[in-house]
Ligand binder design. Structure first.
Ligand SMILES: *[C@@H]1O[C@H](CO)[C@@H](O)[C@H](O)[C@H]1NC(C)=O
Ligand SMILES: *[C@@H]1O[C@H](CO)[C@@H](O)[C@H](O)[C@H]1NC(C)=O
Ligand SMILES: *[C@@H]1O[C@H](CO)[C@@H](O)[C@H](O)[C@H]1NC(C)=O
Ligand SMILES: *[C@@H]1O[C@H](CO)[C@@H](O)[C@H](O)[C@H]1NC(C)=O
Length: 888
């Protein structure tokens, strides 16, 4: 089928594509937890609850109009100040050159005015009349900005040429199906014209800069900006290098020394959290070359964003100040924030200083920060992000006081930039009960209407616009834009593709909204392998309890956190995923040349085996509790084998390697000392943060865990081995489990690992399909006689008690059976741990569960479609990848 046949001018028929989207979701879900650092949401009182969220809310167009009106002045200013058309056209051409150099002369790009598009932002794709040679342009793409032109290019490549844009780590862009120059498909004679129903596509989250961008050089950034433009993103955060601005501001204007600032900034891998005032000094101090080089990088980033006609969002002053300010300005109103998960309350890392917004110094610093950015960057697009209250609940709830706080924050921005507009994350309204309607209204109205834009960040779960009379008239994203706000990137390409396309969709598309809902219930990476329980085995319940995984008695220290933090939940059926994997493997011979196929294959196998490992772990505990030394030994060895096998699997794809993360960190270093520091930062971010004692681990352990080859072999495996060693010892000696000793050894392992310098591969090795098939047969193929043998051995090892394998009954023939019995078991549907809000309010929780029920229904619907026959499933998998493996 020609992709072009599916397309319709303006009235885009997305529903036609619905089936494949539903099926797609099946695979997206399975890959959801890979590089996503785990959710903060479920940790009580965690100040920055930035979970991986991608979302949209469809707003009736009648309402959307009002939001856009409020920001019309800003939009006019931005349109007026946008880079000249020739520059934007050239920037768009640059994207094409990097993406498809062989077609660089096949497209003609042209900026058009909004007037030519009924006053909206848009792109238009047209055939160019006739052409004499293959060098002549065939397709004209017009757009109101450079980004719009590039989105038009993406639209054409996707819908007319069947190609797929993806990050390198998730398989890379699949452009094989794009014909050679001179043979591009024609669009229909009227051309294709697509308007943006809302002006903005927002992208990023305050922590993405550390989880994903921490070690990026310009080459990687350039690729990302190209990706953003292709996805239509025109409102990205631009937070890089802000430490350099702060350094200049505090040194030049507020009389601070370099050493005054040494303990203010975090290390290179922890900047997101020092910017938010969660910590200071940890991983630092930053070398001067870091400041300088990041500033150079930021200037390149901004320049490119402006060339493409984007609106980069700059940071603004939130009140977070260096300790030295207290001594330099003794009368300033400065409070010290509480401890954010450091172990010893060590003031060296914890408890940052916050300048009260009512202090006159607040406006002075706010102004100086904006002015310095203007001076360094040469221009601004007038939108500034500031999230003071995400970190800090105001001391008094008097609406008048709150109004004065909001006004001061804004005044700081405005006195640096007359046209400043404040962009605020609306998260605080959903998680902090302080923000009742009067307080919320006071804050939102403390700034003139049109000067504050709120991101309804948690909209997919708990949209605030609904309960706040639409933020009391204040414009908010998803009323003036759509967005993606995730902690980490480079996974689930399909999800990003879909979300980005929403910026150009006019109709409410149920399938997508549902898909979106589904994805918000992501797997939170609470797999035992990567987030090992640090409790006495006698406290771990191996019961098939629907709602509790670890049964922690009240009164012990970790109770609160464990309850919400360590309880994974799966809302999808494991057996379905196993089935999908079998279909996937079966299609492999034809498709394994596709990099995107291999990415999904590795990811899906990883997901299935990770769930298997969870069950295996609880089998170990069961054997331990029955004082079965042999069973404990056998099963824990099997767990460790599985960790090794998973490491081997992950090694088969570049997207799942530890090496690149560490090497990119070292690459930014200017000398040996920095190399050591940066590598330590990189290793620490993904394992355990903060000042653990010898016997007390930090709560921020496995906070940014990763399924990366190298990490399993070198860290997660050895850690589990230590635990099992103490289990066996306990049985053999007939003594209690030595919890303290295990902790001590594990913490020591962690700290040594963080300091070590061993090198990991930066390139994949091994064949993904062969490895995946081997593992499937080793662990999951119950029609395979060999697996059966293992099953029998299992039963012997567990003294004839039902084993995992017998429980599961994974046989494809019994597929529906499994769905029914397995779907409700503890392993499959781990409870949806209450988030801080719903936990405090039963009625909300219920509505949450309701939503969950709905999403499950949709999931099984989608799954059913896939299941309808193996042939349908196989066919779909083949078409999904086939176009990507075709030759020209
Ligand atoms: C800056 O600090 C130095 C040394 O701490 C002090 O002598 C000087 O007066 C300060 N200048 C201003 C403008 O505060
Ligand atoms: C599972 O085992 C059966 C029997 O040995 C075999 O025919 C089948 O190909 C295996 N499945 C996979 C995906 O390898
Ligand atoms: C697996 O399912 C089949 C068919 O439903 C059933 O006959 C068999 O007893 C099941 N095996 C186990 C171990 O539950
Ligand atoms: C819980 O939420 C419901 C409905 O949103 C509300 O009526 C009730 O007052 C809330 N209860 C508490 C304790 O916040």
């Amino acid at each position: 089928m020609s992709a072009g046949q599916k397309n319709k001018t303006k009235n885009l028929s997305v529903t036609e594509e619905a089936p494949s989207i539903i099926q797609n979701l099946f695979f997206s879900i399975s890959s959801f937890s890979v590089t996503t650092s785990h959710s903060h949401k479920s940790i009580m009182n965690l100040p920055f609850p930035a979970i991986f969220i991608i979302f949209i809310i469809s707003i009736p167009s009648s309402i959307a109009g009002a939001g856009v009106d409020a920001i019309s002045r800003l939009i006019e200013t931005q349109d007026r100040e946008r880079t000249p058309p020739s520059v934007q056209e050239a920037a768009a051409r640059g994207v094409l050159l990097r993406l498809l150099p062989s077609l660089s002369s096949s497209f003609h790009f042209r900026i058009i005015s909004k007037k030519q598009c009924d006053g909206e932002y848009c792109f238009v794709i047209k055939n160019l009349p006739s052409f004499a040679t293959q060098k002549d342009p065939q397709i004209l793409i017009e757009g109101t900005t450079g980004v719009d032109i590039v989105s038009g290019l993406h639209w054409y490549l996707k819908h007319w040429c069947g190609s797929h844009i993806s990050w390198d780590k998730t398989g890379g862009s699949q452009l094989f199906s794009v014909p050679n120059a001179g043979f591009l498909p024609r669009v229909h004679s009227g051309g294709v014209s697509v308007q943006r129903p809302i002006p903005w596509s927002y992208y990023q989250n305050a922590v993405t800069s550390s989880y994903s961008f921490a070690w990026w050089d310009w080459e990687r950034w350039e690729k990302e900006i190209d990706w953003m433009a292709l996805q239509g993103v025109n409102l990205p955060l631009a937070f890089t290098g802000q430490e350099a601005i702060w350094q200049k501001v505090f040194q030049e204007k507020f009389n601070m020394s370099t050493s005054d600032l040494d303990d203010f900034f975090g290390g290179p891998a922890f900047l997101a959290w020092s910017r938010m005032g969660n910590l200071h000094g940890w991983g630092g101090p930053l070398p001067q070359s870091w400041f300088d080089n990041q500033l150079i990088l930021q200037k390149k980033i901004l320049a490119r964003m402006y060339e493409l006609g984007m609106t980069p969002v700059l940071p603004a002053f939130s009140g977070n100040v260096p300790a030295a300010l207290k001594y330099i300005f003794p009368s300033a109103k400065i409070t010290r924030l509480g401890n954010w998960f450091s172990v010893k309350n060590d003031l060296k890392w914890c408890c940052t200083y916050l300048l009260d917004a009512t202090d006159s110094l607040f406006i002075e610093i706010g102004k100086a920060f904006i002015e310095k950015q203007l001076q360094e960057y040469g221009r601004t697009s007038h939108i500034y992000n500031c999230d003071t209250f995400d970190e800090n609940t105001p001391p008094i709830d008097d609406p008048e006081y709150i109004s004065s706080l909001g006004a001061a924050i804004f005044k700081g921005m405005q006195s640096g930039d007359d046209d400043a507009v404040w962009l605020m994350q609306g998260w605080l309204f959903s998680y902090d009960p302080f923000w009742r309607p009067p307080q919320m209204k006071a804050l939102l109205h403390s700034v003139p209407v049109g000067k504050l834009v709120v991101l309804d960040l948690f909209a997919e779960v708990k949209p605030i616009w609904v309960t706040s009379e639409q933020f009391y008239g204040v414009p908010y994203i998803w009323k003036v834009g759509v967005g993606m706000s995730m902690e980490g990137i480079e996974q689930n390409p399909i999800v990003y593709d879909l979300m980005s396309e929403m910026a150009f969709q006019h109709k409410k598309i149920d399938v997508k909204v549902k898909l979106e809902n589904l994805l918000s219930e992501e797997d939170k990476n609470r797999d035992v392998i990567v987030a090992f329980p640090e409790v006495d085995p006698s406290l771990i319940s191996e019961q098939h309890d629907q709602s509790h995984h670890y049964d922690i008695p009240s009164g012990i220290f970790i109770k609160e956190t464990i309850d919400t933090f360590d309880r994974p939940h799966l809302w999808y059926s494991t057996s379905e995923v196993i089935y999908a994997l079998e279909l996937f493997i079966t299609s492999g011979d034809e498709l394994s040349r596709s990099k995107t196929y291999r990415y999904d294959l590795v990811d899906l196998t990883r997901q299935v085996l990770a769930k298997y490992a969870n069950e295996l772990f609880f089998k170990v505990i069961e054997a331990y509790k029955s004082h079965d030394v042999h069973g404990t030994t056998f099963l824990s060895q099997r767990f460790l084998d599985l960790v090794e096998d998973l490491d081997t699997l992950l090694a088969c794809h570049d997207g799942f390697l530890l090496g690149p993360w560490l090497e990119s960190a070292k690459k930014l270093a200017q000398n040996e000392e920095q190399e050591r520091q940066f590598e330590w930062n990189a290793r620490t971010q993904i394992t355990m943060w903060f000042d653990n004692t010898k016997e007390e681990a930090s709560l921020l352990r496995d906070y940014g865990n990763k399924y990366w080859s190298g990490l399993l072999h070198d860290y997660y495996g050895p850690r589990a081995a230590i635990y099992f060693k103490y289990l066996r010892e306990s049985l053999e000696k007939g003594k209690d489990f030595k919890l303290i000793e295990w902790r001590r050894e594990w913490i020591k392992l962690t700290n040594e690992w963080q300091k070590s310098r061993n090198i990991f591969p930066v390139e994949s090795k091994g064949d993904a399909l062969i490895t995946s098939r081997w593992l499937f047969n080793k662990y999951l193929n119950f029609t395979n006689p060999e697996t059966k043998l293992i099953q029998e051995r299992f039963q012997r090892a567990t003294n004839g008690k039902t084993s995992f394998l017998a429980d599961a009954n994974f046989s494809i023939l019994n597929h529906n059976n499994i769905m029914a019995s397995y779907g409700s078991s503890w392993a499959d549907q781990w409870d949806n741990g209450p988030d801080p809000v719903s936990a405090s309010n039963e009625s909300k929780k219920k509505s949450n569960n309701n939503a969950l029920g709905k999403t499950k229904a949709v999931a099984s619907n989608g799954v059913k479609k896939l299941k309808e026959g193996t042939s349908v499933g196989l066919h779909w998998i083949k078409t999904k990848y086939h176009k990507t493996t075709q030759k020209h």
